[in-house]
Structure formats: C-alpha cells, structure tokens
Ligand binder design. Structure first.
Ligand SMILES: C[S@@+](CC[C@H](N)C(=O)[O-])C[C@H]1O[C@@H](n2cnc3c(N)ncnc32)[C@H](O)[C@@H]1O
Length: 308
C-alpha cells in the first residue's frame, strides 16, 4: 500500500526548501512529501518529521533510517513547538502540513476509519488517546450527536442520523464501522443519497474530526506559527474539507492585518503588525493529470504564506 502525496509539484514550487535550513513536515504520514523535500535538502540542512500516529512514526523511521539529517518525532502538531524545543530548534525555514488521515488509516479496517471495511468503531489517530468513536456513538445524547454531526460533517440529515443511532443502540450496542454505516444509510432518504458517494461519508468525517480534536489542533498550531518560523520562511497547509480550509483562510487573513485600532485613533495602541503575506489569493488545487491519477486529490486545497 502506498499513500500518494497530493499536490507534490505545487508543494515543491510554492514551498521552496532552503537546502541548508530546517524543514518541518508536521504530518509525515507515508513520507511522500518528506521524501520529495528531502531531495532538495543538503547534508547541512535538516528535515524534522512529525506524526501523531505511532504506526506512522514506525514506518517513517524505517523509511528514513539511512538519512542522518532526518529526525522523526511522534507528536501532535498542536505541540510542534515543544517537539522543536526538545530538539534544541528555535525556528525553521519551511513548514508543511497535509491534514487529515492517510491511506494507511482508511485501508486498515482495525483502525475503524472506513465505512467500506468492517472494523471496530475506533477512529483514533493515536491509539493512546482516550476517546473512541464507539464511546461517542454509544453514550452521547441525541442532541449532542446531532450537533456534532452537523458541525463537523456539515450533514443536513444530522438529526435523523442521531435519532437512528439512539434507537439502534437501545437494541444493540454499536460496535463496528459497518453497523454504524448501515444505521446512517437507513436515516437518509434514498432520493437524497448521491450515486457513488456513501451516505456515511459526512458522519464518519464528523466523528473522526471530533474524536481527534482535529480543528482544535490546527488552531493551536496556527496560533504558534509566527514565533517559530524564520523571516522569509514559508508555511503550506493542505486541507481536505471546507472546515479546515476556512480555518487556515481566516488565520491567514488575520496574519496579514496591520494595526486593528478603531479608525480615528491618533496613535496605534493595539501593536498588531503583519506577520505573514499570502503567496496566492486563491487556494491551489490539483491539475487534471493529478486528478486522473489520484482521484483523492480532488478535494485538496493548499494555501501558502510567507513570514514577513
Ligand atoms: C494526509 S496524511 C499525510 C500524508 C503525507 N503528506 C505523505 O506524503 O505521505 C496525514 C497524516 O497526518 C497525521 N496527523 C493528522 N493530524 C495530526 C496532528 N494533529 N498532529 C500530527 N500528525 C497528524 C496523520 O496521522 C497522518 O499520518
């Protein structure tokens, strides 16, 4: 199994790696982006790779074991500053994060991410975390379930799905991914289901985001970015759904703002200065040849900003 890295040409073009600098890949996954960036890094440069998933970390350590200038660390990118501190690094020259799950997650039934392969309802990217999707589905109230399915899945039938979950679990505990996928399918009217797209897609996305605190992690990381990136250095973020992309977009807008004092203030009291400039106004998306080769790239959107 191989996870195909998305937007690889565009990453190399818009996130030029400083050969002698320190590059940080916050989401190592299968190591595809890391390997491509490593080709540009000299023996004096370094590549730091993070992943919160211990299985990914094992794979990444194996893949890059022969490269003395590569360091792989198991860490949530929400704590990337602590990971850098532990390596004695204050700032880096390039940062990449390719959000979400990898093909390894989706194809490993036992990790519980897939609505196609039956497995335990787990969905934790780091199996040492406490909360599983199974606990959420079997113990949360109908209102809470509906809210989180609506918020993180942008699912119009969230209330119907939450109602069906609560009714089903009163008869039998919901333990597996296919059991849940069937319950979801039964709650969405046939004519609202789209051909070729599983009716469970949005609810599984919502549970995954919630269980892993994915949006909180992105927010925390973005909030700490400015202090840990060299002036002139760049950060690129690849999102796979609108919630992630909106967060990055809003943060980039905030980063670009100068003084935010109310108009008419004689002197600036807020002290806000511009910290980044956006490299492209619109997000970068996959070209036709990539879409043909890797249909999973269709929802990828990359935004890049430069520290000023
Ligand atoms: C889309 S994959 C990255 C694929 C990678 N760019 C490649 O070329 O193979 C996302 C990876 O990020 C990891 N991940 C997701 N959220 C994370 C977080 N908050 N902190 C660290 N790693 C995270 C996942 O475990 C997964 O391995």
């Amino acid at each position: 199994m191989k996870h195909i890295p998305v937007l690889i040409r565009e990453v190399l073009k818009f996130l030029p790696v400083d050969p002698d600098g320190i590059t940080l890949d916050m989401t190592g996954g299968g190591g595809g982006h890391s390997a491509a960036m490593l080709k540009e890094i000299s023996v004096k440069g370094r590549l730091i790779i993070l992943d919160r998933d211990p299985e990914a970390v094992v794979r990444l350590k194996e893949r890059f074991q022969e490269h003395a200038n590569v360091t792989v660390v198991q860490s949530n990118f929400s704590e990337f500053d602590e990971a850098l501190d532990s390596l004695g690094i204050s700032t880096v020259s390039s940062v990449l994060a390719d959000f979400g799950v990898s093909l390894f997650h989706l194809k490993s039934a036992e990790r519980g991410f897939s609505f196609r392969n039956d497995g335990p309802l787990d969905m934790r990217m780091n199996p040492a975390d406490r909360l599983t999707a199974q606990e959420v589905v079997n113990s949360y109230s109908r209102e809470t379930l509906a809210n989180l399915i609506r918020k993180y899945g942008e699912e119009d039938f969230a209330w119907n799905i939450a109602t069906a979950i609560v009714a089903a679990r009163a008869i039998k505990k919901i333990d597996t991914t296919l059991q849940l996928a069937e319950i979801i399918a039964s709650a969405i009217p046939r004519k609202a289901q789209k051909p070729g797209i599983s009716p469970a897609t949005k609810t599984f996305q919502a549970l995954r985001i919630y269980v892993n605190g994915e949006l909180d992690a992105i927010e925390k990381m973005l909030g700490k970015l400015e202090a840990r990136i060299d002036k002139g250095g760049r950060a690129a973020f690849i999102s796979f759904h609108s919630l992630e992309d909106r967060l990055v977009k809003d943060y980039f807008k905030e980063f670009e703002k100068e003084c935010v004092c109310p108009p008419g203030f004689p002197v600036c009291v807020c002290g806000k200065a511009r910290t980044f400039r956006q490299i492209t106004r619109k997000p970068i998306t996959a070209k036709d040849d990539e879409l043909e080769m890797n249909p999973l790239s269709r929802s990828a959107k990359m935004r890049v900003a430069e520290r000023v």
